[in-house]
Ligand binder design. Structure first.
Ligand SMILES: NC(=O)c1ccc[n+]([C@@H]2O[C@H](COP(=O)([O-])OP(=O)(O)OC[C@H]3O[C@@H](n4cnc5c(N)ncnc54)[C@H](O)[C@@H]3O)[C@@H](O)[C@H]2O)c1
Length: 274
């Protein structure tokens, strides 16, 4: 096995059927990785796999609902049987629900937390032990958001779920230190994808699902300010972070000032040194 983190290695990407997940698959395959595209939307994952295969990559679609722990463990078994092991796991599937947190339906909270938080945890549980077992090393990339590092009005549910992913991933990087597995948390600002429409299309309430057809295709997220970038740009940054073994993956230059202001506000809460 080469020391290249991608060449000949097996990468599993949840939410691989579109948006950032499919861009990760393209970028990893371009570096010689073999990819498993896991998505609740099997047709979408199959389309991405077909495109990658046409470019000469090895890519296999899998149906998985990351909110179902058994399903995620079954995915790990099936991927290992199919590819002989796994090295990179990207827990990337996610949904975005907005609204006032005090009046939002509990179903929105449960839906958001089940995909964005429990889905990531199940992925960590199902895949980390398998990467440790073969001893060839690997990498975990958990997709959080800028909303996992600073509170945003009317994105409280999303922020809560993504803060959980940042906390989980920072802790995981400490737990895995010196064990041959790199850990990164991807914290993008706005990326042009179909997340708004996709999130409604999978909502547990059939009435909300009906609204998906009318929803804008791209992220609108008015509470999140900043430029809009393409998913392939995000994927390039993820590849570089895996190569360099970096924990935090930022996507927009404006994030630096926002996070610096937050750190200053926290620092100021300690008062002036006496
Ligand atoms: N687009 C943005 O601006 C943005 C910003 C910050 C973070 N993110 C995060 O990036 C990740 C990818 O989002 P995206 O923008 O590419 O959205 P997207 O909707 O284009 O892709 C998400 C994919 O996840 C799949 N998915 C949804 N629920 C699932 C489930 N229960 N099980 C398996 N697959 C499921 C969808 O079918 C879809 O293919 C998410 O975690 C999202 O929160 C996106």
């Amino acid at each position: 096995m080469s020391t290249d983190p991608f060449r000949g290695r097996v990468a599993v990407i949840t939410g691989g059927g579109g948006g950032i997940g499919s861009a990760l698959a393209r970028a990893f395959a371009a570096r010689g990785a073999r990819v498993a595209l896991a998505d609740v939307d099997l047709e979408a994952a199959a389309r991405v796999a077909k495109e990658l295969e046409a470019d000469g990559a090895e890519a296999v679609p899998f149906a998985v609902d990351v909110t179902d722990r058994t399903d995620v463990h079954r995915l790990a078994d099936t991927v290992c049987e199919r590819f002989g092991g796994v090295h990179i796991i990207c827990n990337n599937a996610g949904v975005a629900m907005g609204g006032e947190m005090w009046s939002a339906p509990m179903q929105d909270w449960e839906y958001t937390m089940s995909v964005n938080f429990w889905g990531v945890l199940y992925g960590v549980q199902a895949f980390v032990s398998r990467i440790l077992e073969h001893g060839e090393g690997g990498h975990v990339v958990n997709t959080a958001s800028m909303a996992g590092l600073t509170g945003m009005s009317f994105l409280g549910m999303y922020c809560a779920s993504k803060f959980a992913v940042v906390g989980l991933t920072e802790s995981l990087s400490r737990e895995l230190r010196g064990r041959g597995i790199g850990v990164s948390v991807l914290c993008p600002m706005i990326v042009q994808t179909n997340i708004d429409r996709n999130s409604l299309a999978r909502h547990p309430d059939p009435e909300r699902r009906k609204a998906a057809a009318a929803a804008p295709p791209n992220v609108t997220a008015p509470p999140m300010r900043g430029g809009v970038i393409q998913a392939d740009q995000v994927a390039g940054k993820v590849v570089r972070a895996i190569d360099a073994g970096e924990l935090y993956i930022f996507t927009h230059p404006e994030q630096r000032e926002i996070l610096s202001r937050r750190a200053q506000r926290i620092d100021a809460a300690f008062g002036s040194p006496s």
